[in-house]
Design a protein around this ligand. Structure first.
Ligand SMILES: Cc1cc2nc3c(=O)[nH]c(=O)nc-3n(C[C@H](O)[C@H](O)[C@H](O)COP(=O)(O)OP(=O)(O)OC[C@H]3O[C@@H](n4cnc5c(N)ncnc54)[C@H](O)[C@@H]3O)c2cc1C
Length: 357
C-alpha cells in the first residue's frame, strides 16, 4: 500500500510541529507517479492535497486532513558539458544543499551563494530561493511538472516561470495541483563570482587571510571557497533547525515605491533600504523586515514556547512544544505592531497551511 495512514509530519517540517497527515505518499520514481495519479483518482479523490518537500518553508497550523505527497527522486543527470556550459537535470527529491556541494565539488559556478538553504530541489523554483545576491532563477533553464489533477506532464522554460523576489508562477492559483518533478540548471566552468552582498567578501578574506582584493586568486574565489564562506556566515546568523525549530525568515522584506520610501525616511531616517534589482519593480526599494520587527521591540521575545530569535528578529522559533497556532498568533501580533508603527503590512514568507488571511 503506497499510502501510509495517520503519518507524523514532525520530522518533515523544520518548525518541528507535531502535526499528522491523514495519508503520506513518497514518490521515488516515474512508476510511483503513475501509482500516485491512480491513488488520487481512487480513495483519495476530492481529498485535500499537499506537496511537502523538506518542510522548511511551511507553517502547519493543524493536522492535515488529506494526502501529503513527498518527492523522493534524487538523480542528478549531466545533460551537456561543452565550452563553458554545464547542463544538469536534478530530481525534485534531491536535497538542495547536497546539490550545491555536489556542484561546487566539481568546480561548477552558479550555486555557491545558495549554499545551506534547507529543503529539496523541487521547492527551489516555488519561491525562487535566493541568498547573497543570487536567486534560483539565475541558473534555471526549465522546470518539469505534473498536473496532479489532469495527470498531464509538461515543462516550463525559465521565462515562463514568472520569477520575481520570493515569487513564481508556482505560487499562483493556476499551479495549485502542479508537482515539480525535476529542474534543469545551467552552470559554468568559469564565471565572475558574485560577492557584492554585504559581508561576503570579508568572510572570504577571513577564510583566506593571505588573499587581498587586488590579487584575487582563482582558488580563493572558487565556487567551493565561496560556498564555504556562505555556510560560515549563515551558521553564524541563523539557528540550525535541527537544534531550534524555525522556518528561516518568517516575513518577506517589504518593497516600497519612491514616495513611500520618502515618507518612511522622514519618520525614521535611519531605516535601512536598498534599490531592487528586479525589473518588474522599477524605482522600488527593499526594506529590512528584520529591522522593522526589531524596532517594535520583538527581538528575543518569547511567548510560551513560541519566540523571536535573539540574534535575528526575522526568525520565529519553536523553543519546544509550541503549536503552529502559537507561532501564527505571535506572527500576527508582530505584523500588527509593525503595521501600527510604520504603516507597512508584512507578508509571511512560509506557506501557511491551511491558508490564513
Ligand atoms: C534556517 C532556514 C534558512 C532559510 N534560508 C533561506 C534563504 O536564504 N533563502 C530562501 O529563499 N529561503 C530560505 N529558507 C526557506 C526554505 O529553505 C526554502 O523556501 C526551500 O526552498 C523550501 O524547500 P522545502 O523542500 O523545505 O519546501 P517545503 O517547505 O516542503 O514546501 C514549500 C512550498 O513549496 C511547495 N513544494 C515543495 N516541493 C514541491 C514540489 N516538488 N512541487 C510543487 N510544490 C512543491 C509546498 O507545497 C509548499 O507550498 C530557509 C529556511 C530555513 C529553515
Amino acid at each position: 500500500m503506497p499510502v501510509v495512514a495517520n503519518y507524523s509530519l514532525q520530522a518533515h517540517n523544520t518548525m518541528a510541529l507535531p502535526c499528522r497527515a491523514a495519508g503520506f505518499f513518497t514518490l521515488r520514481n516515474d512508476h510511483d507517479l503513475d501509482v500516485l495519479l491512480e491513488t488520487l483518482h481512487g480513495q483519495w479523490r476530492a481529498q485535500p492535497l499537499l506537496i511537502l518537500g523538506g518542510g522548511s518553508n511551511v507553517l502547519l497550523l493543524e493536522d492535515f486532513p488529506g494526502l501529503v505527497v513527498h518527492p523522493g527522486q534524487r538523480d542528478i543527470e549531466l545533460l551537456a558539458d561543452h565550452d563553458n556550459e554545464v547542463l544538469l537535470r536534478v530530481g525534485a527529491g534531491r536535497n538542495w544543499h547536497d546539490l550545491v556541494e555536489w556542484s561546487v565539488g566539481r568546480g561548477y559556478h552558479g550555486l555557491q551563494n545558495l549554499a545551506l538553504i534547507p529543503g529539496l530541489c523541487g521547492a527551489a523554483p516555488i519561491q525562487n530561493i535566493g541568498a547573497y545576491g543570487v536567486e534560483f532563477s539565475d541558473c534555471c533553464v526549465q522546470v518539469e511538472l505534473c498536473d496532479l489533477a489532469s495527470g498531464q506532464c509538461f515543462a516550463l522554460q525559465r521565462d515562463d516561470c514568472e520569477f520575481h523576489y520570493r515569487h513564481s508562477i508556482f505560487k499562483t492559483a493556476r499551479a495549485r495541483n502542479w508537482l515539480v518533478t525535476a529542474i534543469t540548471l545551467r552552470l559554468q566552468h568559469q564565471a565572475e563570482p558574485k560577492l557584492d552582498y554585504p559581508g561576503l567578501r570579508a568572510a572570504l578574506q577571513q577564510q583566506n587571510p593571505g588573499d587581498c582584493s587586488t590579487t584575487d586568486s582563482a582558488s580563493a574565489h572558487s565556487p567551493a571557497a565561496i560556498a564555504a564562506a556562505v555556510c560560515r556566515l549563515r551558521r553564524s546568523k541563523l539557528p540550525d533547525p535541527a537544534r531550534l525549530g524555525n522556518c528561516g525568515s518568517f516575513f518577506k522584506n517589504p518593497l516600497v515605491d519612491a514616495q513611500q520610501l520618502h515618507s518612511l525616511l522622514a519618520k525614521a531616517p535611519q531605516m535601512p533600504h536598498w534599490p531592487v534589482a528586479d525589473s518588474t519593480a522599477p524605482g522600488h526599494s527593499k526594506l529590512s523586515a528584520g529591522w522593522l520587527i526589531e524596532q517594535c521591540g520583538w527581538k528575543g521575545r518569547r511567548r510560551g514556547a513560541a519566540g523571536v530569535h535573539s540574534q535575528h528578529a526575522l526568525v520565529l522559533v519553536n523553543h519546544g512544544g509550541a503549536s503552529g497556532m502559537d507561532i501564527w498568533q505571535l506572527a500576527c501580533d508582530i505584523r500588527s505592531s509593525v503595521a501600527e508603527r510604520f504603516g507597512l503590512v508584512l507578508e509571511p514568507e512560509p506557506v501557511i497551511i491551511p491558508t490564513q488571511n
